[in-house]
Design a protein around this ligand. Structure first.
Ligand code: FDA
Length: 302
C-alpha cells in the first residue's frame, strides 16, 4: 500500500482525478496550513503561542523551467522578509528540485546561495529538505559548498538509507546542522532498509552521533519510541532540552508537540503551505494507511 501511494504521488492523472473530490482537499488541510503565506504565518504564530518554533515550507518540487525556479527563489526571499516583519520564531525549509536541481546543479546552487545569504542578513536559517536517493549526493554537495560560502544552512539525513552514517559524519565534520528523519520516499533495497525495525535501529544510532557532536540538530519524528530513546540518551549525556530540538509535521501529533514543549524541550513544527500540495499529501497518506481508509469511508458521503 505504501509503495502504491508513493507511486501515485508522481502520477499527474491521478492527481487530476482526486482533486475532483472535496474530501481529499478537506483532509489535505489537516497537513497543509493553507494556500497563502498569510495562512502559513498564522499557523506559525499559533505554534509560537504554544512555545513551539516553526519552519515554513512553500510547497513545490521538481520545477521544470528556470523561470519557475527563479520565481520560487523570489517567493522564498519574500518569505524571509515577511517572517522578519511579523517577528515570528520561524525558519524556512526548501527543496533543491524546487530551486532547479533537475535543470542545472550550479544554477540551483546560486538560487540557494541568494536565499541563504539573505537569511544570514536577517538572522534566519535555511534547512534543505532531503528528497529521494537520486538527489542525495547532489544535495549534500550543494549544501556543503553553500555552507562553506555562507554558513547558515543545514540539511536532512534519512535513517532508512544505508549511506546515512557516512553522510552524518561528513556533515558534522564540516559543522553542518542536521535534521534526522526516517525518510519518506520509495527506495529500493539496494539503497535503503525496508523493515521498520532496521530503520528505527539506525535512527537511534544516528541520533546518538548527532547528540554527541556538539552541534545543534533536529530530531524529527512522531515515533514515541524514537523520542523516548532521544530523551534517555540526552539525559545520559547531561544535555539539556535546548541543546537540540524535536521536530514534527503540521497536523500530526499536536498533543505530543505541546507536551514536549511543556517539558522544556525545544520543539519545532514544519508548516507546509501553497497550491502544490499533492505530492506532499500523498507522502503523508503513505506513512499511515489509516488516513486513506478514513478518506475512502467518507468518499461517497459528501
Ligand atoms: P513512523 O512512520 O514510524 O510513525 C510513528 C507514528 O507517528 C505513527 O504510528 C503515527 O502515530 C504517527 N504518524 C507518522 N506519520 C503520520 C501521518 N502521515 N499521519 C498521521 N500520523 C502519522 N522525509 C524526507 O524524506 N525528507 C525530509 O526532508 C523530511 N523532512 C521532515 C521534516 C519533519 C519536521 C518531519 C517530522 C518529518 C520529515 N520527513 C522527511 C518525513 C519523515 O521521513 C517520515 O516519513 C515521517 O516523519 C514519518 O516517520 P516517523 O518518524 O514519524 O515514524
Amino acid at each position: 500500500m505504501r509503495a502504491f501511494l508513493l507511486f501515485l504521488s508522481h502520477q499527474e492523472s491521478f492527481k487530476n482525478f482526486i482533486l475532483r473530490f472535496k474530501i481529499f482537499r478537506r483532509i489535505a488541510r489537516r497537513f497543509v496550513a493553507g494556500e497563502t503565506l498569510d495562512d502559513a504565518i498564522r499557523a506559525a504564530r499559533e505554534a509560537n503561542l504554544q512555545g513551539i518554533k516553526a519552519s515554513l515550507d512553500l510547497l513545490g518540487e521538481n520545477t521544470l523551467t528556470r523561470e519557475d525556479a527563479v520565481r520560487a527563489a523570489e517567493d522564498i526571499l519574500g518569505m524571509l522578509d515577511r517572517i522578519r516583519a511579523e517577528k515570528v520564531d520561524c525558519n524556512i525549509s526548501v527543496k533543491l528540485t524546487q530551486l532547479g536541481l533537475d535543470l542545472d546543479t550550479d544554477f540551483c546552487r546560486q538560487n540557494l546561495l541568494r536565499i541563504v545569504r539573505r537569511a544570514a542578513e536577517l538572522g534566519n536559517f535555511i534547512r534543505v529538505d532531503m528528497e529521494d536517493s537520486n538527489y542525495t549526493e547532489r544535495t549534500l554537495d550543494v549544501v556543503l559548498q553553500t555552507h562553506r560560502e555562507a554558513g547558515n544552512v543545514g540539511t536532512v539525513i534519512q535513517a532508512y538509507l544505508y549511506r546515512s552514517e557516512k553522510d552524518v559524519r561528513l556533515l558534522v565534520e564540516n559543522g553542518v546542522g542536521i535534521r534526522l528523519c526516517k525518510g519518506a520516499y520509495l527506495e529500493p533495497a539496494t539503497v535503503a532498509f525496508k523493515k521498520k525495525r532496521d530503520t528505527d535501529a539506525n535512527y537511534v544510532e544516528l541520533m546518538k552521533l548527532l547528540l554527541q557532536s556538539g552541534l545543534y540538530h533536529g530530531i524529527a519524528t512522531h515515533d514515541e519510541a524514537m523520542i523516548a530513546a532521544t530523551k534517555q540518551f540526552a539525559r545520559a549525556q547531561d544535555l539539556s532540552g535546548d541543546r537540540f530540538e524535536f521536530q514534527m509535521l503540521y497536523g500530526i501529533r499536536r498533543d505530543l508537540q505541546q507536551q514536549l514543549a511543556a517539558e522544556g524541550y525545544n520543539m519545532r513544527v514544519y508548516i507546509p503551505y501553497g497550491m502544490r500540495w499533492y505530492p506532499y499529501f500523498m507522502r503523508r497518506l503513505a506513512e499511515r494507511p489509516a488516513n486513506l481508509l478514513f478518506i475512502l469511508r467518507n468518499l461517497f458521503r459528501e
